[in-house]
Design a protein around this ligand. Structure first.
Ligand SMILES: NC(=O)c1ccc[n+]([C@@H]2O[C@H](COP(=O)([O-])OP(=O)(O)OC[C@H]3O[C@@H](n4cnc5c(N)ncnc54)[C@H](O)[C@@H]3O)[C@@H](O)[C@H]2O)c1
Length: 270
């Protein structure tokens, strides 16, 4: 029997889906029959992505929402639930990373630290809290949070990034225990190293971690260098992450909750 992911009649809300990993996840859901709601700050790419996905014959919608703004998230969830009545899948992928983190940790302000947590951690919490009632009422659903293997690694010069991602894993595990009582699965997928816009300015990244990437002149080289210590010695693609997300959102994964799936070619072993 051929196994194919099938999400017809289901609606997936995906944050950070205007580009990068989130866009690959949105595309794969649309190709598997799901209606897709794209949430992002990037209007140009978000709208483009929504019209591209519509060609696949599913309902799509783009909304500009800053996930760190709880009032904006609440207004958004109300609008979406009015429109779609319920959502079955929530993927929290929006995040900021190396290029938005700025100079090394010792030189940043507490506001810089808060900025990272406000998007990567609080933003994810805002989305989960805002759709909690939807999941409680329908007594089913899947939440997949994109964290990072940085949660488990030592990330000198930018410990605030790893800490913001570790917090999302702890949060997801507690939520899995709580929401399991009404048949909702909550899991994390942790990407390894993928050359998306999050690393788009290799020079900024080199500034954040001085000395580590002297021999690299492009973001691709930076990412390859980081992935060179993995068992399989290769970087990942956004689609690698999307496959893991679709599996966790499928009925076949109904007994998996409170887990982290590292998609990193073998860097983190836990
Ligand atoms: N690329 C990697 O190597 C890697 C590794 C581990 C984890 N991750 C995680 O994967 C996720 C996706 O990253 P990516 O590599 O696709 O990066 P990306 O920069 O290509 O995409 C991130 C998206 O999030 C959006 N976003 C940022 N702040 C937002 C906000 N406040 N509200 C709404 N949208 C916002 C951006 O506009 C962007 O479209 C992030 O959470 C990142 O931390 C990436």
């Amino acid at each position: 029997m051929a196994i194919k992911f099938e999400f017809s009649e289901k609606t997936a809300v995906i944050t950070g889906a205007a580009k990068g990993i989130g866009a690959a996840i949105a595309k794969m859901f649309a190709e598997s029959g799901a209606n897709v709601v794209i949430v992002d700050m990037d209007v140009e790419n978000g709208e483009k992505m929504a019209s591209k996905l519509e060609e696949k014959g599913v309902k799509t919608l783009f909304r500009k929402v800053d996930i760190s703004d709880e009032n904006a998230v609440d207004a958004f969830s109300k609008e979406i639930l009015d429109k779609f009545k319920k959502i079955e899948i929530l993927v929290n992928c929006a995040g900021i990373g190396p290029k938005d983190i700025g100079p090394p940790f010792s030189k940043i302000s507490s506001d810089d630290v808060k900025r990272v947590f406000n998007v990567n951690t609080v933003g994810m919490l805002n989305m989960c809290r805002s759709f909690y009632g939807n999941f409680y009422a329908q007594k089913s659903g899947k939440i997949i949070n994109i964290s990072s293997i940085a949660a488990f690694l030592q990330v000198p010069m930018m410990p605030q990034y790893g800490a913001s991602k570790a917090a999302t894993i702890s949060f997801s595990n507690s939520l899995a225990k709580e929401m399991g009582s009404f048949n909702v699965n909550v899991n994390c997928v942790n990407p390894g190293f993928i050359n998306t816009d999050i690393y788009s300015d290799a020079l900024d990244f080199k500034k954040a971690v001085p000395g580590a990437f002297e021999d690299c002149s492009t973001s691709q080289q930076v990412v390859e260098k980081m992935a060179s210590g993995s068992a399989l010695k290769r970087t990942q693609s956004p689609e690698d992450i999307a496959f893991a997300v679709l599996f966790l959102a499928s009925d076949e994964a109904k007994n998996i909750t409170g887990q982290c799936l590292n998609v990193d070619s073998g860097i983190v072993y836990r």
